[in-house]
Design a protein around this ligand. Structure first.
Ligand SMILES: [Zn+2]
Length: 671
């Protein structure tokens, strides 16, 4: 079976052909002593731009690096043997440590059959963290998990490794459509993806071997299904099985994995999207996004236009019509009719963090195919306001939902008793902040994000150091070190939120761009010591809730500001919860949420910077007069920074003299 991956052909195309998802993770890598030699199956489509090897980008001091470090501490605190407990049991081996709680073993989650999903995420996260930091401690963990999975696979004999309490039964049940429970393929996808990432990011050949055997198990056991039966099975959430099997094909060049990847494409979603029809109302958001990532991956491998139409249309309709100001989407995990945004504001179960995680994965793939600034604009928006916002700055734990309910707060998982889906994607989120700051084309370097970092562009003999306190300041500075003078174009993103960007090179004005949402091209012969400074003035502005001009979020540059509403009823630690289903049922103390009096222009003029801390503001005399409750002015700070405190994200704008009483209908405040 493994002869298929032993070709030994040096992959000349690896960099260009890599999907942006993990672009060039193995190409000319600092990671590997022995390069991965198989390369990808020849792709039908080569993305125009590629990301850099994560080992070539390092974060420098700033909020992202701090988040990465907190995540790293959490990863090292978890015990692999506990994650492996059920895998060993199912293989007939003695577990080495007790199983973890939450979704890994406990009621009320046993029937979702997510046992073992955390191991997959953990394997991805440790592998990514190794690539992003070079810290061997993460590689040792990744290696250990892979070796253990190999042992389980060998001992189990059938090829599968899984942690369901009833072994492989949930997979047989769902394939036979006989009284199955939970989302077994969703869970299996995480294990597949963890093995893929261990291979790509740590060059662990054993991980690929285990992955290939696992994929063969999947082929053997799905072969009996008719296409109709297969599609019925896909009515149940199955993660990104189509994507990861497409990757197995790309790694092995074996068409049978491509065939299975295409069988795992859910026609009920693919067909309407390929006809640019949005049928998303009522669908489970995080079930759909990974399928679409798979469609896009299959476009790269097959060139079939339907896949491409589907993925770009999906992105466009979700981002334009179904997304909150922070970049998150959905309520109670489901897409709702875009006309209904207002009804959903009162929910404590809006904006599941996994959905944003997966939208960002899709975004960077689409950017690679068509490098335009609107993808990078969304990426920035969601990265600060959803992903950075999702981590507790004290404990390092992660949000599940990010509630829009006025006066509610962020709730975080526990370290060892929750293991939600968002705990898993959360482990990965903070391990890969470096993966989308820069992209490259032949002679073009895209600077998409203003995050302090260093980049080594090995092919060009070029090192770039980006120094900035953005968004606390509105400038960034790129300093170049070149082995020899190099001619190339720096494409600096002119964000859509910024009216005019000014760029200086070595202190002299190069250009002022007045085209938001485009790139500013800086083309010249670069030499060591050259310095590019980018000035990105930020202003306060409001942004309406889709379809509701009188309900607005307040932003400063790309940063969504949240109103600070105090800590009523909140004792230390009360916002760390075991059960994600209790969002909205706990900590429901009523707080007054001011409305904003005036029109949008006046409101913005009456928001003033606060002394002492960057990016903090306060309203002056627009916190409402009369009406119910106790209207008051309000202090604002970045949503990404707010923690352990009640907040408000969207504000009802009330024209002076209007009789509207409250920021939200009372029924919504009550939830
Ligand atoms: Zn989730």
């Amino acid at each position: 079976m493994l002869k298929t991956v032993g070709g030994g052909v040096v992959a000349a195309t690896v960099g260009a052909a890599f999907p942006a998802t993990f672009a060039s993770a193995v190409s000319r890598s600092a990671i590997s002593e022995s390069p991965i030699t198989e390369g990808w199956a020849s792709q039908a489509v080569t993305p125009r731009a590629a990301a850099f090897n994560p080992a070539d980008v390092r974060l420098l001091e700033g909020p992202f690096r701090q988040a990465q470090e907190r995540d790293g501490r959490y990863l090292l605190q978890l015990e692999p043997d506990r994650l492996l407990h059920n895998f060993r049991l199912n293989a007939g081996l003695t577990p080495k440590a007790a199983v973890y709680g939450g979704w890994e073993s406990a009621e009320p989650w046993v029937n979702i059959r997510c046992h073992g999903h955390t191991l997959g995420h953990y394997l991805s996260a440790c592998s990514l963290m190794f690539a992003s930091t070079g810290d061997q401690g993460f590689k040792r963990r990744s290696d250990y998990m892979v070796m253990e999975l190999r042992d389980c696979q060998d001992a189990g004999k059938s090829g599968i490794v899984c942690a369901f309490p009833d072994g492989e039964a949930p997979l047989h049940d769902i394939m036979d459509a006989t009284g199955f429970v939970g989302v077994p393929w969703y869970t299996m996808h995480k294990i597949f993806a963890g093995l893929r990432d261990a291979y790509l990011y740590t060059n662990n050949r054993m991980a690929l071997d285990v992955l290939v055997k696992l994929s063969d198990w999947a082929i053997a056991h799905t072969q009996k299904l008719s296409d109709e039966q297969f599609q019925r099975m896909l009515d149940t959430e199955h993660g990104g099985m189509n994507e990861v099997l497409a990757d197995v094909y790309a790694l092995t060049h074996e068409p049978r994995y491509l065939t299975l990847a295409e069988r795992f494409c859910h026609r009920a979603l693919l067909d309407p999207l390929a006809q640019t029809r949005d049928t998303l109302d009522g669908l489970h958001s995080n079930t759909q996004i990974p399928k679409v990532i798979g469609f896009n991956r299959l476009y790269e491998l097959t060139g079939q236009a339907d896949y491409r139409t589907a993925s770009s249309f999906f992105w466009r309709t979700v981002v334009d019509n179904r997304t909150f100001a922070t970049g998150g989407n959905a309520d109670r995990e489901h897409f709702f009719p875009p006309a209904d945004f207002f009804q959903h504001l009162g929910s404590a179960k809006t904006m599941e963090t996994c959905c944003t995680h997966n939208m960002l994965r899709l975004t960077r793939m689409l950017f690679a195919l068509n490098p335009t600034a609107d993808y990078a604009d969304y990426y920035e928006r969601a990265l600060y306001n959803s992903i950075l916002a999702s981590q507790d700055p004290d404990s390092g734990m992660m949000t599940y939902f990010q509630p829009t309910r006025p006066g509610y707060l962020k709730l975080y998982c526990t370290p060892t008793d929750s293991f939600w889906c968002c705990t898993g994607t959360g482990m990965e989120n903070h391990a890969k902040y470096g993966d989308s700051i820069y992209f490259h084309e032949a002679n073009i370097l895209y600077v998409n994000l203003f995050i302090p970092s260093t980049l080594a562009w090995r092919e060009k003999g070029l090192t770039i150091t980006q120094t900035t306190r953005f968004p606390e300041q509105d400038t960034t500075r790129l300093q170049l070190t070149c082995q020899k003078p190099v001619n190339l174009t720096l494409n600096v993103r002119h964000p859509s939120w910024c009216q005019a960007v000014t760029i200086t090179v070595n202190g002299r004005r190069w250009a002022t761009s007045r085209q938001p949402g485009k790139y500013v091209e800086v083309n010249r012969l670069w030499r060591t010591g050259d310095i590019i400074e980018v000035h990105l003035p930020m202003v306060l502005r409001t942004e309406p809730l889709p379809g509701h001009s009188d309900v607005v979020a307040i932003l400063y540059g790309p940063i969504v500001l949240a109103g600070r509403l105090g800590r009523k009823g909140l004792t230390p630690g009360a916002d760390i919860i075991v059960n994600e289903r209790t969002y909205g049922d706990v900590l429901n103390d009523e707080v007054d949420v001011p409305r904003l009096l005036g029109d949008e222009q006046e409101i913005v003029k009456q928001i003033k910077p606060s002394a002492g801390s960057a990016l903090t503001f306060h309203t002056m005399g627009i916190g409402g007069i009369g009406g119910i409750g106790h209207p008051h002015d309000v202090n604002l700070m970045p949503y990404y920074r707010i923690a352990h405190e009640r907040y408000n994200l969207y504000w009802k704008v009330v024209k002076p003299g209007s009789r509207a009483k409250s920021v939200m209908p009372d029924s919504l405040i009550a939830g």
